[in-house]
Design a protein around this ligand. Sequence first.
Ligand SMILES: C[S@@+](CC[C@H](N)C(=O)[O-])C[C@H]1O[C@@H](n2cnc3c(N)ncnc32)[C@H](O)[C@@H]1O
Length: 245
Amino acid sequence: MDSGQLPSRSYIPKSPHGPFPYSPADLTPMDVGNDSSFYNVPRFVTHIDDNAILNLRKYYDSVLPRQGRILDFCSSWISHYPPEVQDAAAAGTLDVLGVGMNAPELSKNPALKGWAVQDLNEDPEVRLPGSREGNLDASTCVVSIDYLTRPVEVLQSIRRQTNEGGQVHLIVSSRCFPSKAVGRWLDVGEEERLDMVGDYLWWSGWRNIEIQTLVVGTWRRDPLWVVRGENIAKSAGTPVGRVLV
Ligand SMILES: C[S@@+](CC[C@H](N)C(=O)[O-])C[C@H]1O[C@@H](n2cnc3c(N)ncnc32)[C@H](O)[C@@H]1O
């Protein structure tokens, strides 16, 4: 990946002091609820192609810390972390935690030191495995933000548990389970989806939000973007609030 050649832009909210710009219908999938049964069967597959995985690993290599604590949320049997991050986890300098929906998948993920099953649409307060609240240096979420019906509450919860200067990296591609993606995701094009994810971050208090292309998609290869934000201030520990829509 030569990221210098690929488009990258700052995200700018259209109405930074206005209310969260999406309606309940925008955030409701065709198949509401039942997430536990939908994800009950393990899927030992990759959801993006090999080229996207290669470029995602390179991206992670350039941004993820080698010390501290990382969370992979909406995780599965694979986190796509590069060998350097896996080595730091194996050496014990880096704690890698995972939250997902399927225990057999999470138990096979070699990167994870600890993991927990949690339906974030039922309970958006992210509970780190082992009751180890907080102190995150980075979080990742791969091709899954489109399934979260309460994304702002989830991202607020993660921000509250993130150290000052820590980042969240939301990876987006073009494939999805259509019945489970939130309504607006299926109604708009790529640029609007990326701005929507930027809006999720803005309204949950993340700042320095940027949108970067990791792979330009073609008819034969998956596109890949990251929408990332930074926690610029130590949170005062505000409880998760309802988002006004
Ligand atoms: C397309 S898979 C991606 C999995 C993984 N990130 C990867 O790259 O292989 C979508 C994932 O979203 C997560 N997910 C979907 N609905 C969820 C929910 N209600 N709560 C928590 N996680 C959810 C599940 O963990 C599921 O594995």
